[in-house]
Write a new protein. Structure first.
Length: 104
C-alpha cells in the first residue's frame, strides 16, 4: 500500500538578522558593554561595572573626543577606539578627533 508522503512543511528556520547593525550600535552605547568589542563589562562588587574591558583591555579616555559626534565618550585600546555616545568605532585614527590631523 502506497501513501507514505513525507511531511511537506520543512520550512527553513528563519533567523532574524535584519537589525543586527542597530543592535550592535545599541550595545556600544548602553554603557554596560565594551564599545570596542561588545563584551559585557564585568561587575565589581560594591562598585558597579568595571571601567575596563577584560576582553580587549579597552578603557575610557576622558580627554579624547569622538571625531564624529565630538563627545568625550571614547574608549580605546592600543590600536582601536570606539565612541560610547554615537557608536563610532574602528582604528584610533578614524575615531579619535585630532589623532589624524595635528591641531595646535
Ligand atoms: Zn572590549
Ligand atoms: Zn561619537
Amino acid at each position: 500500500m502506497r501513501g507514505t508522503r513525507g511531511p511537506d512543511d520543512d520550512k527553513p528556520a528563519r533567523h532574524t538578522s535584519r537589525s543586527r547593525g542597530v543592535a550592535e550600535s545599541k550595545l556600544r552605547r548602553d554603557g554596560r558593554h565594551c564599545p570596542v568589542c561588545l563584551k559585557a563589562l564585568p561587575r565589581i562588587a560594591g562598585k558597579g561595572l568595571a571601567r575596563k574591558c577584560t576582553s580587549c583591555e579597552a578603557q575610557p579616555e576622558p580627554a579624547r573626543r569622538c571625531a564624529r559626534c565630538h563627545e568625550e565618550a571614547i574608549w580605546e585600546t592600543n590600536i582601536k577606539a570606539a565612541c560610547q555616545a554615537c557608536g563610532n568605532h574602528g582604528s584610533k585614527l578614524r575615531v579619535v578627533a585630532g589623532a589624524l590631523t595635528e591641531e595646535s
